[in-house]
Design a protein around this ligand. Structure first.
Ligand SMILES: Cc1cc2nc3c(=O)[nH]c(=O)nc-3n(C[C@H](O)[C@H](O)[C@H](O)COP(=O)(O)OP(=O)(O)OC[C@H]3O[C@@H](n4cnc5c(N)ncnc54)[C@H](O)[C@@H]3O)c2cc1C
Length: 879
């Protein structure tokens, strides 16, 4: 076969190979065990063939020679395995009939008995389990539970003996044993059925109880469906899932029961034949009976018996995650792993996945809450249980994710808490499941599964992207919650390097650095201290002061691709980080020769970053903050020209300068009414710092109405924990509540608290006229909307500013969502018209700030196709 084979065929081939190996090993074991039995095999065969009374030494000798039992054991084994390999099962030395024919005739009886017993068991278990489950704790439930426990702990031969005693010997209704008419099958089938029903009745009962208590059935009742109709319409199908699985698994127990039941009832099936062959030392029959009939069937369950069950659910065959990862691992053929995807994405479509349920979603929303209307936006953003994703690709991926992770690490869409379903602006992307891996390998497996099945997956590190999308995906997708990957993998306090996982927060890293003596720190920022350092860097976040360009400080990414590959972007491509003279985990040099790959994974969704190295900043001996209050009518032109000069001269680090308007100062609780320009200054000694302060004062004092200076020491000269040395205080988070008119408590959750909040992040020239134009655009776009608009800027260089424009509103106010989003879109358009493109886009900005250049779009699409061929990661994010 050529190199290009469907992966499932390859898996089937591998499984067949394993089956052949297992069969050979089992056959050898059976051969050895049967020959190890005490007594003369030829004697037993002769006795079985001619009868013990007619045995003579000549007969025994003839049968020994005829059956080849006089040859050395190894020769017998070789000859027998050879015949087996040719498919020649030989003849029974006892009956002298071909073994295959003997097996065939007995197998017919066994299959008939098995089917009858299995059907009978469900004829009892289904109605009883359903009735018991509908009235849990009722009399029938208690009786059924007690009876099923008693039956399950009774061996089947005892059940059989009781049935024979009552129904055959006492009442004489049925024949006790043998097989001549169909009546002979009743007692063995009933024995088998009672054993099976003892367990299945409890499975049915639990499935019914679980589903009746499920949120979606309750929800259906809330929508006005009577209890019975809600269960019939929404519950029954769900309850069938564990029952069907169990039915498939039970085939293994059916086979176990044959030997005992057929022997007890002298029923002429495979089990009975096996026992008789063993007694008669009919080696070929015994071995072939056990190996060819019983063992493969038993071995087929439960692993492969689940596959038919999965077919019943409409899922693809079960594949272990390790198989999949091997399959989707490094590309081996020209088509690449994209060929794996059972639901190949449509290229070029805005929504790469064929989400057929999207259409019905609106229909159901209307059904539940009437046509969309103002004030229904909260509901529109809420979770609707009827939308449980049943797309085959998602269902199949979900099954594989459940294989890859611990059970409690996978939440279905239903189980996902509200935290995963709300944002600070109206948004339609919804979690289809939540995956919480506990290690990088588990996370990589989740990503590989997403790629293999074409199931959409969106990574979230800490989920604090308020104003950019919160934890919601750009389009419907399962959420890969990486908060559990929170190790500081390595810390080098000599060189100032940390290798971190995505779950490491600013607060946790700073705490660790403090414990290590704070010789190094991570530049602080205005965002939540419990946000992810790695996610913020991947989003090209801004820290205050030297080293604040977070993405520039990031290298050597460990990236999980949806192709199943793990990519190291750093020196590893030359055989390891040692090449750069550091330990394997902490390369000192960020960019090895060749294209820099890190950029591919920033703001892209092309891969999931599982670890990276981040450069820390030496903690200055002395630092202070200066605030130049520029007043309500600032002279931004000369003030910003002076600032650019200070940056060019190296007096102020570019990332150490920030500009705020009055609304921003008020919203964040910083005090003051007019525009403010703040500087973070540092120096190795007081004299150096004082020189910088003097230069800054000389340049900016003329444009300020007031200047405040705040050092990093308390009255006793001890260092305080301030943002100047890396302690993000989260004070700025108050601005999330600007539209609600109240400040958050300690446990403020803007998503749940109805805070309307959205960011626009334009790049603006560091020039007064540009900032004034931007401010005018904000005023014009938001004038008629019930929003609090605030402006903040962080300098990037003497040329450019990163703008942070926030719009805050009260989502509970009718019509506010729609008006705020309209203002947002107007402003986004206006900023692009002003030549101020975004450096960061949230989900609200994706449509409002499209990528206009067709070549850029085409190249980005090609990069996506190369790195994430199934289009599985954060679909909708890049274009
Ligand atoms: C009031 C306020 C002030 C703020 N001030 C600042 C500021 O001064 N400077 C600044 O930079 N930001 C600021 N922010 C933005 C905010 O802090 C960031 O958006 C925040 O760091 C993101 O939250 P998170 O770390 O929990 O990331 P998440 O919400 O978990 O993720 C953010 C994004 O990164 C992607 N992502 C996460 N992990 C991975 C991964 N492992 N691999 C690939 N992609 C991944 C996600 O898909 C998502 O798109 C501010 C926000 C607020 C609300």
């Amino acid at each position: 076969m050529g190199a290009v084979t469907h992966p499932f065929l390859r898996i089937v081939r591998a499984r067949l190979g394993q089956a052949v190996m297992a069969a050979a090993v089992l056959a050898t074991l059976c051969f050895g065990l049967i020959h190890a039995l005490p007594g003369d095999a030829a004697l037993r065969i002769a006795a079985a063939r001619v009868g013990e009374g007619r045995l003579t030494p000549e007969t025994v000798a003839r049968i020994r020679a005829e059956a080849g039992l006089d040859r050395p054991l190894i020769v017998q084994y070789g000859a027998w395995m050879g015949r087996l390999a040719r498919g020649d099962l030989g003849r029974s030395p006892v009956t002298r009939r071909p073994v295959a024919a003997e097996l065939g005739s007995h197998a017919r009886h066994t299959l008939a008995l098995g089917l009858a017993g299995w059907l009978l068991s469900y004829a009892v278990a289904l109605p009883l389990g359903l009735a018991a489950g509908l009235r849990p704790g009722g009399r029938l439930d208690r009786v059924t539970q007690a009876a099923s426990v008693a039956l399950a702990s009774t061996p089947s031969f005892l059940i059989g003996i009781v049935l024979i005693s009552i129904l055959a010997l006492s009442l004489r209704w049925l024949p006790p044993a043998g097989f001549r008419t169909s009546a002979h099958m009743v007692l063995p089938a009933a024995t088998l059925a009672l054993g099976l029903a003892a367990n299945s009745v409890r499975v049915v009962r639990h499935a019914v109880v679980d589903v009746r208590g499920a949120f979606f059935v309750t929800y259906a009742q809330l929508r006005g469906l009577p209890e019975g109709a809600a269960f019939r319409r929404h519950g029954l199908r769900h309850a069938a899932v564990p029952v069907v699985t169990f039915m498939a698994l039970q085939t293994g127990f059916v086979i176990d029961g044959f030997v005992v039941i057929e022997t007890l009832f002298a029923y002429p099936g495979i089990g009975d034949l096996l026992v008789r062959s063993l007694l008669a030392r009919d080696v070929p029959m015994a071995i072939r009976n056990d190996r060819l009939a019983v063992t493969p069937l038993k071995n087929a369950t439960p692993e492969t018996a689940r596959d038919p069950a999965r077919r019943l659910y409409g899922l693809p065959p079960r594949v272990r995650i390790t198989d999949l990862i091997e399959e989707v691992g490094p590309r081996r053929d020209s088509r690449g792993p994209a060929a794996l995807s059972p639901a190949p994405p449509r290229r070029g479509s805005v929504r790469p996945m064929a989400w057929s349920h999207m259409a019905s979603r609106r229909h159901l929303l209307e059904h539940a809450c009437g046509p969309p209307r103002e004030g229904c936006s909260e509901f529109a953003h809420d979770f609707r249980p009827d939308m449980t994703p049943d797309d085959p690709a998602v269902a199949a991926a979900l099954a594989a994710w459940r294989d890859a992770l611990a059970p409690e690490s996978v939440l279905s869409a239903l189980e996902a808490s509200h935290a995963y379903r709300r944002g600070t602006f109206p948004w339609d992307g919804r979690p289809l499941a939540v995956l919480r891996p506990r290690s990088a390998d588990e996370a990589a497996a989740c990503v590989a599964v997403a790629g293999a099945f074409g199931a959409p997956l969106h990574p979230v590190a800490r989920g604090r992207s308020w104003g950019l999308g919160s934890r919601l995906p750009p389009q419907d997708a399962a959420i890969l919650d990486l908060a559990g990957l929170d190790r500081v993998i390595a810390l080098d306090m000599a060189r100032g390097l940390a290798r971190i996982e995505p779950g490491v927060t600013f607060a946790a890293l700073q705490d660790r650095l403090k414990r290590e003596g704070l010789a190094w720190h991570l530049p602080s920022f205005g965002g939540p201290p419990d946000a992810s350092v790695l996610a913020n860097a991947l989003e090209r976040g801004d820290g205050a002061g030297p080293g604040g360009d977070r993405f520039a400080a990031l290298w050597d990414l460990d990236v999980a691709l949806s192709t199943g590959e793990r990519l190291r972007t750093g020196s590893a491509r030359f055989g390891g980080a040692q090449a750069s003279g550091a330990t394997a985990d902490l390369a000192i040099h960020p960019r090895p020769a060749g294209p820099t790959l890190e950029g591919l994974f920033s703001q892209s969704g092309f891969g999931v970053v599982l670890a990276a190295t981040i450069a820390l900043q030496p903690t200055p001996a002395f630092a202070e903050a200066m605030l130049f209050d520029l007043g309500p009518a600032p002279r931004l032109g000369p003030a910003l020209a002076a600032l650019a000069g200070l940056i060019r001269d190296g007096v102020v680090d570019p990332m150490g300068a920030a500009l705020w308007d009055g609304a921003k100062r008020r919203a964040s609780g910083a005090g003051g009414d007019g525009w403010g320009l703040s500087l973070a200054l540092s120096g190795p000694d007081r004299g150096f710092l004082a020189a910088r302060r003097r230069r800054a004062l000389r340049a900016l004092r003329p444009w300020a109405v007031e200047v405040l200076v705040e050092g990093d020491r308390d009255a006793t000269g001890r260092r305080r924990e301030t943002p100047l040395t890396g302690f993000s205080d989260g004070a700025n988070l108050a601005s999330l509540y600007a539209g609600r008119g109240r400040r958050p408590g300690d446990a403020g959750d803007p998503d749940a608290d109805g805070c309307g909040f959205v960011w626009l992040c334009p790049v603006a020239p560091l020039e007064g006229a540009a900032v004034e134009a931007l401010a005018a655009a904000v005023d014009a776009a938001t004038a008629a909307a019930p929003v609090v608009a605030a402006l903040g800027f962080q300098a990037q260089s003497a040329r450019a500013l990163h703008g942070y424009v926030s719009l805050a509103w009260d989502r509970a106010q009718p019509g506010a969502d729609a008006a705020a989003m309209a203002a947002h879109d107007r402003l986004a358009e206006r900023l692009i018209a002003l030549g101020m493109p975004p450096f960061r886009r949230g989900w609200a900005g994706l449509a409002a700030q499209p990528i206009a250049d067709p070549t850029a779009r085409a190249v980005l699409a090609r990069l996506r196709a190369a790195l994430d061929p199934a289009g599985a990661l954060s679909p909708g994010r890049t274009l």
